[in-house]
Design a protein around this ligand. Structure first.
Ligand SMILES: NC(=O)c1ccc[n+]([C@@H]2O[C@H](COP(=O)([O-])OP(=O)(O)OC[C@H]3O[C@@H](n4cnc5c(N)ncnc54)[C@H](OP(=O)(O)O)[C@@H]3O)[C@@H](O)[C@H]2O)c1
Length: 275
């Protein structure tokens, strides 16, 4: 997300795109020094300690996902800057399957360490910076990353077999749509918690089927290339919430329409990638 955001912003703005090597957000003094030196109008925090890693190292998860965001928010607040803190559908419990999409009015009940520390990060940013946007998103994909969602279409097109979980559902988000919406949000200066995702909900299996269809494979071909699996068979370290579609009440309130349907967004991504 950080690299996509940096290249998009660089079209119209001066951007200091700091990698982990350039700034460790868990180093409070370094954060303050850097934010003062750069003097940004907006700080975007895309740093994160990931889901299974957080379960294995909760102290580091707390440091990267909660303390670091607080240091950035403090530093931004001191110079009158805004901050955008990215968060996740993993703040929610994900049950029951089939429930209405989650909104900001729903209770936060994370089922893993990652989710708990992301909740703490949201709260820390809101408590610390007067001008903060929290942007929760879900199952983000785009070019340049090795992940199931990012690569399903190219793997299938190349005739490779993929394993796809069919008992976890969420909203998906094309990173370019996410960035477009973030820029619209910032333009309105309405500080709040946003939930930015493409419309609709799917499983990884449904996502793979659609990705394969978009690259011209038949259902028979997809049947043989996609191996259906279940969350418990993946033996992942951290528990995952099962059903987490999101809906953005604040966007609705400020007149921003829902993002396009996930199938249309995936089609745009596949087309861009295969050009
Ligand atoms: N991707 C998704 O599906 C998804 C879904 C929901 C929400 N989000 C949210 O979106 C945001 C961005 O996620 P992403 O998918 O772009 O994550 P990502 O691909 O894992 O990138 C995270 C980046 O954070 C860096 N980082 C880790 N610890 C750091 C530290 N202490 N200081 C500075 N940088 C550090 C990592 O650098 P190293 O690799 O060098 O450590 C990496 O470049 C996160 O807030 C995440 O919670 C993502």
């Amino acid at each position: 997300m950080g690299s996509h955001l940096a290249s998009r912003l660089a079209r119209d703005h001066e951007v200091a795109a700091l990698t982990h090597a350039a700034l460790d957000i868990t180093d409070r003094d370094a954060v303050r020094r850097t934010v003062n030196a750069v003097g940004p109008q907006v700080v975007f925090n895309c740093a994160v300690f990931q889901v299974d890693e957080s379960e294995q190292d909760p102290a580091k998860a707390q440091a990267v996902n909660a303390d670091g965001p607080r240091y950035l928010a403090e530093a931004a607040n001191e110079i009158g800057a805004e901050i955008v803190q990215f968060s996740t559908q993993y703040v929610f419990a994900g049950t029951p399957v089939g429930r209405a999409p989650y909104t900001i009015e729903d209770d936060l009940k994370p089922v893993n360490v990652y989710g708990s520390t992301k909740v703490a990060g949201e709260q820390a940013v809101r408590d610390t910076c007067a001008q903060s946007y929290i942007v929760r998103t879900s199952w983000v994909y785009g070019s340049g990353k090795a992940s199931f969602l990012c690569n399903a279409h190219t793997e299938l097109k190349a005739g490779k077999r993929v394993r796809a979980i069919d008992d976890i559902w969420s909203s998906t988000t094309y990173v370019e749509d996410l960035i477009d919406r973030c820029l619209e949000i910032i333009g309105r200066r309405h500080y709040a918690i946003y939930q930015v995702v493409n419309a609709g909900v799917c499983t990884y299996h449904e996502f793979a089927l659609e990705a394969g269809r978009l690259v011209g494979l038949s259902y028979e071909q997809l049947d043989s290339l996609i191996e259906i699996t279940h969350e418990r068979e993946m033996k992942r370290i951290a528990a995952r919430p099962r059903y987490t579609p999101l809906r953005c009440l604040v966007s609705e309130k400020v007149g921003l329409p829902p993002l396009r349907d996930w199938r249309n967004a995936l089609a745009a991504y596949a087309e861009e990638e295969l050009e």
